[in-house]
Design a protein around this ligand. Structure first.
Ligand code: CTP
Ligand code: MG
Length: 272
């Protein structure tokens, strides 16, 4: 009997509907140039290169014609590349690319994409377009954990800084400094969380259904999908992420991402 894990039919959701306030480019972050292309183009190429997606579902800012055209151009490039490589009939399927209007929060963008997945989908990876340089190996590690039976799995990195909790200072302390330290977290148990985060589809749908009724305060505290699954009491596994998966958030991050593509380390640095 064959006991090898079967790879579930997988969709990758790419959330790209944010406005990029902290990057400060005056345009949605997905459009911001990076190494001669846009951040979203890099992200989509990374997903396609990983070769795990039957469908790639992209959430973009509602009614953004440029990003819509960019996704369509990406689809055409995929098809042209496949024709050039003469892959027709080799069993490898091109992913279906679906474009949806994102929502006002990241979670709403994920929910819009969840509603547009193909009926055969069994597993889903949710990926930030802002993590445009995520290596293929990370997609594979997440995918393999799902195939091995995880209902939820996230890529993580060890934390290099000591992390403390604080509260605002009150009374006399306020004249000294704005915050007072309340504790120090045990660093060896801390992990910085990246994407793509992988889920059995029904589990993620259940988690997002529960979150759809959150009040504004609760909704604002939702920063990833795994935390919604944790609230259901479902175990969330962690695999190794990668430094290149940094989330391009601030201008400094964009400089680092440009450096990864163009700098002296670029070609040599193949950390998986
Ligand atoms: N995102 C989304 N829909 C939203 C908000 C965010 O699809 N309403 C996506 C972003 O496009 C990004 C990912 O979620 O790929 C992570 O969000 P973040 O890095 O915060 O991006 P922005 O929200 O665009 O940036 P900022 O918070 O600085 O405005
Ligand atoms: Mg944001």
């Amino acid at each position: 009997m064959d006991s090898a894990p079967r790879t579930p039919v997988t969709a990758v959701i790419v959330v790209a509907a944010g406005s990029g306030q902290r990057l400060g480019y005056g345009m949605p972050k997905a459009k911001v140039p990076l190494g001669g292309d846009s951040i979203l183009t890099h992200a989509l190429r990374g997903v396609a290169a990983a070769g795990i997606a039957r469908q790639i579902c992209v959430a973009i800012p509602p009614g953004d014609p440029e990003l819509h055209a960019l996704c369509q151009a990406f689809t055409q490039d995929l098809q042209a590349e496949r024709r050039r490589a003469g892959h027709a009939g080799d069993g490898g399927q091109l992913p279906v690319v679906t474009i949806v209007d994102g929502g006002a929060t990241r979670a709403e963008s994920v929910r819009a994409a969840l509603a547009a997945l193909l009926p055969a989908t069994e597993a889903v990876l949710v990926h930030d377009a802002a993590r445009a340089l995520t290596p293929e190996a990370v997609f594979h590690r997440v995918s393999q954990a799902l195939a091995a039976g995880a209902l939820a799995v996230i890529p993580v990195m060890p934390v290099v800084d000591t992390v403390k909790t604080v509260e605002p200072t009150t009374g006399g302390g306020a004249a000294i400094a704005p915050e007072l330290v309340t504790g120090t977290a045990a660093r060896e148990t801390l992990r910085a969380v990246q994407t793509p985060q992988g889920f059995e589809l029904a589990t993620l749908r259940r988690a997002h259904d529960a979150a759809a009724s959150f009040d504004a305060g609760q909704a604002a505290a939702v920063t990833d999908d795994a935390m919604l699954v944790e609230l259901l009491g479902v175990p969330v596994y962690a695999v190794r992420g990668a430094s290149q998966s940094l989330k391009i958030t601030t201008p400094l991050d964009l400089i680092i991402a440009e450096g990864l593509l163009e700098g002296p380390l670029g070609a040599r640095w193949v950390e998986g």
